[in-house]
Design a protein around this ligand. Structure first.
Ligand SMILES: [Zn+2]
Ligand SMILES: [Zn+2]
Length: 273
């Protein structure tokens, strides 16, 4: 069976609800990957809510939720994910544990506790497992689904994923910053020869010098990484909240001109690998 990738949230940092953001979408990071019978959700941004509604309507009850990291924009959808509250559901939440960081359960406990939020993890019976995983490793989610992880350059750390199924592969690499002019060898190794790279393209190359140390990258760097690694397509992702539809149209044109494999990810968009 093929792999189907659906974008439920493509925005970085904070959701955008104004009309001028609606064509590309305002929800923060969440991507659904259907790999055969295995349902994977990449990140728990605000897009996770609608992913939960859609997948429950299809009768899905088992979910593997892989978090790039636990910054707000990547976890704030978790308490609005319907299956979290359904004891008949089986949700496993996973994130890479980086040096010096607390466990995932401890970190989510900070987000999901009064006075920050009224409902805690213990009140979410659908969440059966909360797991720390190796930020540089490989594991199987099912007999026909393999996941490879690599650490990313981001404040507090983040984890990049490569998901392989049935000869196809999709890579999710957000949030990450490159050293100027240096291709990150760990990312190049992770994405080598893959079908699709979903990449942190918060900024453009021209904006990067003023954003050094902020932990994000550019669409141009995404193109360079794909070209250097033999990756077949690039989804420009994690759009800056100041980037409205018209400015994303411009980026879509520029990126396409730079490399025919590049496109700007849009909420609701779905592709089959
Ligand atoms: Zn982010
Ligand atoms: Zn972040």
């Amino acid at each position: 069976m093929l792999m189907v990738v659906t974008f439920d949230g493509v925005r970085g940092s904070i959701p955008c609800a104004e009309r001028r953001f609606m064509r590309y979408g305002g929800n923060t990071s969440c991507i659904h990957v259907q790999a055969g019978d295995t349902e994977i959700l990449l990140d728990a941004g605000t897009g996770l809510r609608q992913a939960g509604v859609r997948l429950r309507a299809r009768g899905v009850s088992t979910f593997h939720l892989l978090l790039s990291h636990t910054h707000w924009d990547h976890v704030c959808g978790l308490p609005f994910f319907g299956p979290s509250y359904d004891p008949a559901c089986d949700v496993t939440v996973m994130a890479g544990r980086h040096e010096g960081s607390t466990t995932l359960r401890e970190t989510l406990g900070v987000h999901l506790a009064p006075p920050v939020f009224p409902v805690d993890l213990a009140s979410m019976p659908g969440i059966k497992r909360v797991r720390d995983i190796e930020p540089s490793g490989v594991f199987a989610l099912a007999s026909d689904v393999r996941v490879i992880t690599r650490p990313l350059r981001h404040p507090g750390g983040a984890t990049g994923y490569r998901i392989e199924h049935g000869g196809a592969s999709v890579c999710y690499v957000t949030d990450t910053e490159q050293e100027l002019g240096v291709r990150d060898p760990r990312i190049l190794e992770l994405i080598a020869g893959s079908d699709l790279l979903i990449y942190d393209a918060t900024y453009t190359d021209a904006e990067m010098p003023a954003r050094t140390g902020w932990g994000h990258s550019s669409w141009e760097e995404g193109v360079r990484l794909c070209q250097a690694s033999g990756t077949r397509a690039l989804a420009v992702h994690h759009h800056d909240p100041d980037r409205d539809d018209r400015s994303l149209d411009r980026i879509a044109r520029d990126a396409r001109k730079a490399w025919k494999g590049a496109f700007v990810a849009r909420e609701g968009q779905s592709l089959t690998l």
